[in-house]
Structure formats: structure tokens, C-alpha cells
Design a protein around this ligand. Structure first.
Ligand code: KG4
Ligand code: ZN
Length: 347
């Protein structure tokens, strides 16, 4: 039997994503972003995102079907992000998916957004190795996961105790006067700067922290250190070397993420490392991970940057994996869960 054809719908934040996937084959991946509407607020405004999803959902769905040359009646299952994310944004995708599931009489899978980020690499590099360690770094989450089965068995080894990595990028960009989202702009500025110009702190890497927080992250101290450094320069009437600050901040983030991901592989005796989430698009993170993974004899899987940020295809991948694993479809009365834990793959 060929792999099921799955429609994936994503609406947890500011991207309306609709993807069509058959097994590891990407047929369509349409994303409509409302990022420009949020830029002047310096972050995503839930009501604005919700309204934008409502307007974009139908045309995005139509474009995806057109791209794939697929009629909705051919779809075998419908997957949708059920959480975590913004409630008012999630409900638009879930309502759409339920309506399609009922009208087409197809099974519904309410899936975990974070698992989508980890699973999406199958579209670039084929079935996932098992077991694997996953470094998940997005705007709302930063975690190290042990993935034994993407549809049924994912365990969190550690996570951020304060800000997520992407959130730190966004906040540091804001204090440097750079636009939202901060990740891509800092990535670009950092390429022109000196990563060793300023020694910013590496959170939770001191010997005393490693006992309790070996695989946890903390980025809020780093953000404060950048803010203090910038304030002092401004108070003294000196220019702020934005590229050097960006490069030094980025080096601190990537150094910690990379070191802990490799340490998790070593502690679990696992030689396969996956990365996912918006920050996995970061050029320095990708390069440093490759360097350190190679040195440690670890195989690294990096989805192309365009699949790292939010999209519907990654949600379709999880739905397809659940169908193949025989996971029971979701009930038609599922709700959304803004704080859905990463271990709950299908709700
Ligand atoms: O996974 P994602 O698209 O949405 C969430 O699930 O949160 O991640 C968005 C985050 C934002 O914080 C954004 O600044 C960050 O990913 N990001 C990056 C890059 N591209 C996006 N961070 C660093 N470097 C990048 N190139
Ligand atoms: Zn995401």
C-alpha cells in the first residue's frame, strides 16, 4: 500500500500554513504570513493573527491543492496543529480541519506543533533514524528531546527555564532597534561582526548548574547582559557596534545549544542528531553543529531553512506518521491546547 496522502494545516502563530504530503514526499507547502501586520508591535498580536488566519485559510488551501494537483476528495487524512500556540490562532486551523474532516469523511489528527518541527526533515532526507536526539529551537520553545518514534514516543530531556532561543533573538533585535522577527536580521548582521568582540554569558553551563540543569537552557541572563552592555555604551555617548553585538550574542546562543545537544547524544549513547524550529534556520547554528557533530562522530540532520519555520507540511508529516503507526484518529470534539506538552504527539 502506498503512503497516505495527508493534508496538514498550521495556524499556531503568525503563519497560515497548508501542506500536502505523501509519506516523505512533499507535494505542496503554501504559507501566508501575517508577520508584517505585527512588526510595528514588536511581536505577534493574537487577535490580529487570528483574523489574518481566517482571511488567508481558504486561499492558502486552494493554492496548496493547485500546486500538488490534488483534489481534496483524494486526501486520506487531515492533520492540524492542536497546540502549543496562541489559542485564538489555533482555533482557526482546528475549526477548518474539523469542517474538512466532516465534509470529506476523512480521519482527523490533532497534532503537536513541536513534533512537526522535529519530523519535517523526512521531506528532505527520508525516514528518521531511531532513536535520535532532537534539538528543537523555535520562538516559543527550546528543548532537547529523545525521539524513539516520531508518532508515538518522544521524551523531553531538558528545556528552557526562561526565554526560548528565538524569543531571545527577537528581544535582542528589539533592543538593538532591529525589526521583528529578530532571528533572520541578527543572523545577517552577525555575519558582518566579530563573534569574539564581547564575552557574553553562556547560561546554565557552569559546573554547579550542570548537576540539575545539564540539558536545560536559560537565555534571559544573556538577554539582560546584552541590554546592560548596550545601555552602558549609549550612556557613555559611544556608538553601539550592532554587528559585533549581534555576532557575540549569536555565538553565545549557538555555543550553548550546540554543546548541550552533543552532550545529550553522548549521554544517551545516540549518534543521530536532528534539528528543527525557526532558529534551526540560523546559519551559525547550522555551521557550528556540523563542525562539532563531525568531531564527535555524530550524524546531523538539518532540514532546509525554508522548512525550519512554521508550515503546514510539517504537520502533515506527523499526521501521516500517526496513520502509518495505527494511532487512533482524534475525536471531532478536540479543543486546542496552548501549553500542549511535547510528549503528547496526537491529541
Ligand atoms: O518555529 P518558528 O517559525 O515559530 C514558532 O514556533 O515559534 O520560529 C520562529 C522563531 C522567531 O523567534 C525567529 O526570530 C526565529 O525563529 N528565527 C531565527 C532565524 N529565522 C527565524 N532565529 C535565528 N536565526 C534565523 N535565521
Ligand atoms: Zn514553530
Amino acid at each position: 500500500m502506498s503512503a497516505p496522502l495527508v493534508l496538514g494545516i498550521e495556524s499556531s502563530c503568525d503563519e497560515t500554513g497548508v501542506g500536502l504530503v505523501r509519506g516523505t514526499e512533499l507535494l505542496a507547502n503554501q504559507v501566508a504570513s501575517s508577520v508584517d501586520l505585527h512588526a510595528r508591535f514588536g511581536g505577534v498580536v493574537p487577535e490580529v493573527a487570528s483574523r489574518a488566519h481566517l482571511e488567508a485559510m481558504r486561499p492558502t488551501l486552494e493554492r496548496a491543492c493547485e500546486d500538488a494537483g490534488v483534489d481534496l476528495s483524494e486526501v486520506d487524512g487531515i492533520a492540524v496543529t492542536a497546540g502549543p500556540g496562541l489559542v485564538s490562532a489555533l482555533v482557526v486551523g482546528v475549526a477548518t480541519a474539523k469542517a474538512l474532516a466532516v465534509s470529506l469523511n476523512k480521519p482527523l489528527y490533532g497534532v503537536n506543533h513541536l513534533i512537526g518541527h522535529v519530523a519535517v526533515d523526512v521531506l528532505d532526507h527520508g525516514p528518521l533514524p531511531s532513536p535520535a536526539i532532537a534539538l528543537l529551537v523555535s520562538g516559543g520553545h527550546s528543548s532537547l528531546l529523545r525521539v524513539d518514534d516520531i508518532a508515538t514516543d518522544v521524551r523531553e530531556l531538558g528545556s528552557t527555564i526562561d526565554d526560548a532561543a528565538g524569543e531571545a533573538y527577537d528581544k535582542v533585535a528589539r533592543l538593538l532597534g532591529l525589526p521583528y522577527p529578530g532571528g533572520p536580521v541578527i543572523d545577517k548582521a552577525a555575519a558582518q561582526g566579530n563573534p569574539r568582540a564581547i564575552a557574553f554569558p553562556r547560561g546554565l553551563t557552569a559546573a554547579k548548574d550542570l548537576e540539575r540543569h545539564r540539558f536545560d537552557f536559560s537565555f534571559s541572563g544573556l538577554k539582560t547582559a546584552v541590554a546592560r552592555w548596550v545601555e552602558t555604551r549609549r550612556r557613555d555617548g559611544e556608538d553601539v557596534p550592532i554587528n559585533d553585538v549581534a555576532a557575540s550574542f549569536q555565538e553565545a546562543v549557538c555555543d550553548v545549544l550546540t554543546a548541550k545537544a552533543i552532550a545529550a547524544c553522548e549521554a544517551e549513547g545516540i549518534d543521530d542528531l536532528l534539528i528543527g524550529g525557526g532558529v534551526a534556520a540560523n546559519s551559525r547554528l547550522r555551521a557550528l553543529l556540523e563542525e562539532r557533530a563531525t568531531a564527535a562522530g555524530i550524524r546531523l540532520r538539518r532540514p532546509r531553512p525554508g522548512l525550519c519555520t512554521d508550515n503546514g507540511a510539517m504537520i502533515a508529516v506527523v499526521g501521516g506518521a500517526a496513520m502509518v503507526a495505527g494511532v487512533r484518529p482524534s475525536s471531532l470534539d478536540i479543543g486546542v491546547d496552548s501549553g500542549l506538552p511535547v510528549s503528547r504527539i496526537v491529541v
